[in-house]
Design a binder for this molecule. Structure first.
Ligand SMILES: [Zn+2]
Length: 243
């Protein structure tokens, strides 16, 4: 979750410009299905081609009789493991920018506290709450509702290497990469796919994008006594792998 409005207004940020949210970037090692939300202009055959499967495969898996699909409809796409999207789009987008490696000394995990939303929706919400540069996090990992389950969206704070606005601590906002998993983990556990994506992203960030002295942490450990983020059901024990 993000800090209070007062905290937002305290943010002093550098240049702002257009928004960039990365394209789909799913990571789901070994998994063979993804959830795809139908967008305007999509056709069943285009969705099938994009994921390297047949129209019949999608029809069978979703019990569709014909080709008719609706905007916003969720389809289960039975992709072959080798067709699963990877971190490649994140890596490619990062190659276009100059990463300020020495600066990034924290990687901070969050939950959004709500099941709705994606990078774009949170960006709008954060702007409404007075946050000049919008989306407070650097990355958002979907839950399958408004973005793919495990889909990693890149926010402009990563592509522009801007400080975050995701914690109260000024030091950690200045030097911390914020990763938000969509959902309320006070009520449920993050899905396996969300965690796979989060940990894959963290592994990749640690392998050269951040200072060698970085620390992987969670919001509640940074802003002690101010938040339960990322929730009681987050598997904190799994963070031990990051030392
Ligand atoms: Zn948080």
């Amino acid at each position: 979750m993000f800090p209070s409005r007062r905290q937002f207004l305290q943010q002093t940020l550098l240049a702002s410009a257009g928004m960039l949210f990365g394209g789909p970037a799913l990571f789901g090692a070994g998994k063979s299905e993804i959830t795809y939300k139908v967008k305007k202009g999509d056709t069943l055959s285009a969705i099938a081609a994009h994921h390297g499967v047949s129209v019949a495969d999608i029809q069978r898996r979703n019990r569709l009789k014909g080709d008719r699909i609706l905007v916003g409809q969720k389809l289960i796409v039975p992709v072959a493991a080798s067709n699963l999207p990877s971190l490649a789009p994140i890596v490619a987008a990062t190659k276009q920018i100059r990463v300020d490696h020495d600066r990034w000394r924290y990687i901070v995990l969050h939950h959004s506290g709500i099941e709705d939303g994606n990078a774009k929706a949170y960006d709008a919400g954060h702007r409404r709450r007075g946050m000049e540069h919008g989306l407070a996090y650097h990355f958002v990992i979907g839950n399958g509702r408004d973005s793919g389950e495990g889909e990693i969206e890149i926010g402009p704070r990563w592509t522009k290497q801007l400080r975050g606005g995701h914690v109260r601590s000024t030091e950690v906002n200045n030097t911390g990469i914020g990763i938000c998993l969509v959902g309320n983990f006070e009520k449920r556990r993050p899905s396996a796919r969300q965690l796979e994506s989060a940990f894959a992203l963290v592994d990749w960030l640690r392998a050269g994008q951040v200072s060698p002295k970085h620390k992987v942490t969670v919001h509640r450990w940074v802003d002690r006594n101010h938040t339960v983020c990322p929730g009681r059901h987050f598997p904190y024990g799994k963070l031990k792998r990051f030392g």
